[in-house]
Design a protein around this ligand. Structure first.
Ligand code: PGA
Length: 253
């Protein structure tokens, strides 16, 4: 199974000039590199999607950081799944902890978005994970999020969902003590797989990619992805440096 390397550029890249600089650095980094066993996905702020689309960087697949569940209409400030499709997005991150924290997104809304993304041919990257206060009951929190966010997702669609285990307390951390161990990540993966097996059966459950997110960098890629046998990574901060992103991809290739 090819690995997914997903860059969440968050609310960065502030101008057309910065966009150009980022894209040209990215192209340069990829030149001559043989990365055949990974899907490289970049999720820029929506305003940059046309620019990223036009740049047509070989090997780069586009994704979005969020979307609304309705397809069109009077929803000021929102972005529709059809818009994302028309700008060549294949993936959309949903339920990211920053959406939950700053925009009060609840599982119920995330679920509507997952349903709508699948209906519109987008692959949702569903983020689940406990926050610092929920650490002791992490498994319960993750299971509840899965139960709620995957409600009404049929057997025919589940293999298009990517699940990202992203312990909220490990996001954007500079402290190595604020990282889960390879064992913790493997346990979370098994928990998620078991949930999927229970809901969809072994055959379908095995097709779902389960990735890790939270302070991923080249220096810890082995511990957070290779050792626990994850299907890829969701990278925040380090994806702003094309060199680091491509380095992580090379390690997982
Ligand atoms: P980080 O962000 O890599 O900067 O921790 C990951 C994320 O929030 O998706």
């Amino acid at each position: 199974m090819s690995k997914l390397i997903i860059g969440n550029l968050k609310m960065n890249i502030l101008s057309p000039a910065q966009q150009e600089q980022y894209l040209s650095l990215f192209k340069k980094e990829l030149t001559g590199k043989k990365i055949n066993n990974c899907e490289l996905i970049l999720c820029p702020p929506a305003i940059h999607l046309p620019g990223f689309q036009k740049a047509k960087i070989k090997k780069i697949i586009l994704g979005a950081q969020n979307m609304f569940w309705e397809e069109k209409g009077s929803y000021t400030g929102e972005i529709s799944p059809a818009m994302l499709k028309n700008f060549d997005c294949a993936y959309v991150i949903l339920g990211h902890s920053e959406r939950r924290r700053y925009f009060c997104e609840r599982d119920e809304e995330v679920n509507l978005k997952v349903i709508s993304a699948l209906k519109n041919g987008l692959k949702p990257v569903l983020c689940v994970g406990e926050n610092g206060e929920q650490k002791k009951e992490g498994s319960k929190v993750v299971l509840q999020q899965l139960e709620n966010c995957l409600a009404n997702i049929s057997r025919g669609k589940i293999e298009n969902v990517v699940i990202c285990y992203e312990p909220v307390w490990a996001i954007s951390s500079n402290n190595p003590d604020h990282l889960p161990s390879a064992n913790d990540i493997m346990s979370a993966k098994l928990l998620i797989r078991k949930f999927l097996v229970g809901k969809y059966g072994v055959k379908l459950a095995e097709k779902v990619k389960i990735i890790y997110g939270g302070s991923v960098s080249a220096s810890i890629t082995k511990e957070v992805c290779l050792e626990p046998g994850m299907d890829g990574v969701l990278i925040g901060r380090e994806s702003l440096a094309p060199h680091e992103f491509v380095k992580i991809a090379s390690l997982l290739n």
